[in-house]
Design a protein around this ligand. Structure first.
Ligand SMILES: [Mg+2]
Length: 131
């Protein structure tokens, strides 16, 4: 599946820390055969992806539409479409297939939201395969 991760407050804090579990989930998803893309409403975030040493897991970075999500995907001319999106902003996962994640603002060692996200992605994939 093409899995699109939002950036700010999804895996990147306001304090520029990386959410605990980010590298683990990226690695697991790549090992499971998924394609990871990072997008953001404020631009293409390769700098942040590289700063946090995630570039080996990420296929590409895109600009995320800010509204009219489904229609905008065509206008943006993305080379791939998301099968599942992970976002702290509820409008995005509710417009597409997606998982809402509690916003991550500041470093918090006990934040384990990404473990839940990984379980949900696995569940979704299992269900999709059995359809
Ligand atoms: Mg966000």
């Amino acid at each position: 599946m093409n899995i699109f991760f939002d950036t700010d407050y999804t895996w990147l804090g306001v304090d520029d820390t990386i959410r605990p579990g980010t590298e683990t989930i990226f690695k697991q998803l790549v090992e499971d055969g998924h394609n990871i893309y990072v997008w953001s409403g404020i631009g293409i975030r390769w700098a942040e992806v590289r700063r946090h040493k995630l570039e080996k897991y990420v296929i590409d970075c895109f600009m995320k539409p800010l509204d009219n999500f489904i229609e905008s995907l065509d206008h943006l001319g993305l080379p791939v479409k998301p099968d599942i999106v992970i976002d702290d902003y509820p409008e995005v996962p509710s417009a597409m297939v997606g998982i809402w994640i509690r916003p991550y603002f500041f470093y918090n060692a006990s934040d384990n939201e990404l473990e839940r996200v990984y379980e949900l992605i696995c569940e979704y994939q299992t269900r999709k395969k059995s359809q």
